[in-house]
Design a protein around this ligand. Sequence first.
Ligand code: TXA
Ligand code: MG
Length: 322
Amino acid sequence: MTDPIHTRYLTDTPDGIAAAADVLAAGGLLALPTETVYGLGADARVDRACARIFAAKGRPQFNPLIVHIAGMEQAEQIGTFDATARKLADAFWPGPLTLVVPMRADAGISPLVTAGNPTIGLRVPNHPLARAVLTAFGGPVAAPSANPSGKISPTMAEHVQTGLDGLIEAVIDGGACTVGVESTIVGCVDGRAVLLRPGGVSVEDIATVIGYTPAARGDSDPISAPGQLSSHYAPDAAVSLNVTAPAQDQVWVGFGPECGDAELNLSPTGDLTEAAANLFQMLRRADEIANGTRRIAFAPVPDTGLGLAINDRLRRAAAPRG
Ligand code: TXA
Ligand code: MG
C-alpha cells in the first residue's frame, strides 16, 4: 500500500483543463468524464503511469485498456483500419464506440495497455471536456472506467471520488454522463466485424452501417475482451433480474409505466436511452436504500437497442461473486 495522495478536484474551466493536461503529462492519473462513464486516464506511452491505473483500480489481471484520442489522424498513427473499421469510425466517431484493430509496430504504446495483444482498442469520445483535455494534452490516453475493479462504473465526478480518492492525482468534473453505459466494442482485425461488448452504440445501428449484424465473440476468436469478468458492476446487495412481483425485502427497480409501484424506475416512460443514462446511478441508489439489509430486484428490460448493453451490465451485477 502506498501513502494516500491528495486528489485534486478540477473544474471545466481553462485553468482546470490546463491542470488536467499537466497531470497526464507528468505521468499522473486523471479521472475525466466521457459521454459513457468517467475514465481513469494516464499517458498510454508511459509504462509507470499505466501500471498505476491497475494499482489504483485494484484490477486482478492486466486486462487491455482502451486508448482515447482526439481524432482519426491520431488513431491512424496507432492502429491500422480496414474498410469496415473505417466505415464504423466515420459513422460513430466521436462517440461511444471502441474499435479493436491491429496495432502499428511504431505506435509507441506501453505494452501494459495491450496486455501483450497485437491489437489495440481505440476510441474518440465526444464529451466536450474529454475532447478539450485530449487536445490540450496532445497524446494518447489509456483509460478504463474510473471505478475500483468489479464495482459500479462512475457516471458522476463524486462517484469517482467515492471510489478512488487518495489513489489518483485529480478528477475533472464534467457533470453527469449522458450515455451512462460503456462504449460498444467492435473488433475489426480480419475484415469481419466482431461484437466484443454491447454498449452505447446499438448493434442495430452498427448493422446499418456495415450491412450485417456483427457476430458475437466466439470462444475460438483470435481477439478476446478479457476484461469481461462475469461478476462486475457489483453492488453490495444481491441482485435479481426480470422481477415483476418483488418481495418485501427487495428494492424494486422498474422499467416503464407498468412498474408504477417501483421504488426506483430506470425510465418511467420506457425509454431505453434514459434507462441507460440512469443505470449505474440507480444501481448505486438501490444499494444505498438496501443498506445491507435488503436485496435488489430489477424489472425486465427489453433486449433491443441499448437494452442489449443494459441487460449485459445487469447480468454481471447479478452474477455470483467470484
Ligand atoms: O465507455 C468506455 O469504453 C469506458 C470509457 C472510459 O471510455 N471505458 C471502459 O474501459 O469501459 P474498461 O477498461 O472498463 O473496458 C475496456 C474493455 C475491456 O473489457 C478490455 O478487455 C477491452 O475493452 N479491450 C481493450 N483493449 C482491447 C484489445 N486490444 N483487445 C481486446 N479487448 C480489448
Ligand atoms: Mg469497467
